[in-house]
Structure formats: structure tokens, C-alpha cells
Design a protein around this ligand. Structure first.
Ligand code: AMP
Length: 234
């Protein structure tokens, strides 16, 4: 986001398996914004086995949401680090109205521009994606045994390490995550519609690269329009 005056927070919003992680990897480079994923941060705490990791491990394994106060503190600490001063790409946050309120308050208090991208994907596509998802434990590269298989079955193309299945990608847990998404996270969209600019894209059968280009175009057009409306320019 070179040369722009107002730091931008881009929120990647969508159900589990909608491609937030894949888009985040592409967008963080194209937009030069740090990628902040609450799911990744929580998994890091679990891997470390620290107090937070122990507290959230079973909650995540069961496909439920981690309590707001824990996630909000984690995000506040992360956004206060110097690399987030010029903006950030949020993946998997906010997931509840209280988290969205916290983010909006922070954006208003700091004069940040908040832009939301909603990735819409059919639930049967999501189930197919998540049940086939495999991850490299070393570099985090995502594969899918049916849709994007590794060259050598079960091994990362880059690291050669044995791919793993996330504990919460079992079919029964996926169902629970989607129930939670409908009940707790979908209402955040209505909240956002009233308060911030948001862009909706159907990610069911799009190439990730095309989708990310469309998102970048929308972000750039929105920023340019705002700039000309306020007379600021880029
Ligand atoms: P993700 O990698 O984004 O799919 O997140 C994995 C899991 O971490 C979720 O199913 C939740 O249990 C937990 N989690 C991640 N982000 C949040 C959040 N913003 N609020 C509550 N729980 C979260």
C-alpha cells in the first residue's frame, strides 16, 4: 500500500474453508501488508504448550470459537507491534460482534481505514475442501488431496516433510465450525454493512490468483475514490 496516507486494515471474512488462508498469502505480498491470522497465532500457542495454548486447545479441537476476551487481547497485542502501524491484513478476525466492535473502535481511534472482503463459498464445496486439506508443518503450504495434490503423495513439494491434517478438519468438527459460523459470525456481516465498506466475491470455483487480482483492484479503486472525494489523493 505504498504512498497512501491512511493506513488500511483489510479484513478477510468468510466461512472456514472459503480460501481466506490462500488469499491471505497472495494478498499480503500484493498489498505489502503483514498477515495476521488469529487461527495461526492460536495454533502457535498450542504448539508452545503455554497457558493460552492449554486453555484453547480443546475448544479449537471441538470446532468452537475461543472466548472473545482471549482473542481480543491477542489481536490487540499483535496490532500494537510496529510492523502493523502502516496497516494489516486480518484473516479469521473478527468472528463475533464483540470482536467487530473492538476492531471498529480501534480503527476509529487510530484513524485507520477498514475494508472488508467477504469470500462467499457453498458449504458442500467447503466440506470437500476441508476434508481433503493437508498442511506442511514446516512452511505452512496448503494442499488438497483431490484439488491440489502434492507431487509426491503425503509430502510437501518444498520441504519434503510429511503433510499433516489439522485436528479440526475432521468431518464432524467441520460441521460444528459451520454451525458456529452461521450463529456467531454471519451476524458480523450485517454489522459491517452498516459501518464499513465491504466487497463480496464468490470464491466457490475461482482461481485464487484471479480472485486476488479482483480483490486488489477493488481495494485500489476504493482508496483512489476516497482520496479524490477528500481531495487527499494517494
Ligand atoms: P482458522 O485457522 O481461522 O480456521 O481458526 C481455527 C480455529 O481457531 C477456529 O475454529 C476457532 O476455534 C479459533 N479461532 C480463530 N480465530 C478466532 C476468532 N477470531 N475468534 C474465536 N476463535 C477463533
Amino acid at each position: 500500500m505504498n504512498g497512501e496516507l491512511i493506513p488500511t486494515t483489510v479484513v478477510l471474512f468468510g466461512p472456514p474453508g472459503s480460501g481466506k488462508g490462500t488469499q491471505a498469502k497472495l494478498l499480503t505480498e500484493k498489498l505489502s501488508l503483514p498477515h495476521v491470522s488469529t487461527g495461526d497465532m492460536l495454533r502457535e500457542h498450542i504448539a508452545l504448550g503455554d497457558a493460552l495454548g492449554i486453555e484453547v486447545r480443546e475448544v479449537i479441537k471441538a470446532g468452537n470459537l475461543v472466548p472473545d476476551h482471549l482473542v481480543i487481547r491477542l489481536v490487540e497485542d499483535r496490532l500494537n507491534r510496529p510492523d502493523c502501524k502502516a496497516g494489516v491484513l486480518l484473516d479469521g478476525f473478527p468472528r463475533t460482534i464483540d470482536q467487530a466492535r473492538m476492531l471498529l473502535g480501534m480503527a476509529e481511534g487510530r484513524g485507520l481505514r477498514l475494508l472488508v472482503i467477504h469470500l462467499k463459498v457453498d458449504y458442500d464445496v467447503i466440506t470437500a475442501r476441508l476434508t481433503g486439506r493437508r498442511i506442511c508443518p514446516q512452511c505452512g503450504t496448503l494442499y488438497n488431496i483431490r484439488l491440489k495434490p502434492p507431487i509426491v503423495p503425503g509430502r510437501c513439494n518444498i520441504e519434503g516433510s510429511r503433510l499433516i491434517i489439522r485436528e479440526d478438519d475432521k468431518e464432524s468438527v467441520i460441521r460444528q465450525r459451520l454451525v458456529g459460523y452461521d450463529a456467531q459470525t454471519m451476524p458480523v456481516l450485517e454489522f459491517f454493512a452498516e459501518h464499513v465498506k465491504f466487497f463480496e466475491v464468490d470464491g466457490s470455483d475461482r482461481k485464487p490468483e484471479d480472485l486476488s487480482n479482483e480483490i486488489v483492484n477493488w481495494i485500489q479503486t476504493t482508496i483512489t475514490d476516497e482520496g479524490s472525494a477528500s481531495g487527499e489523493g494517494l
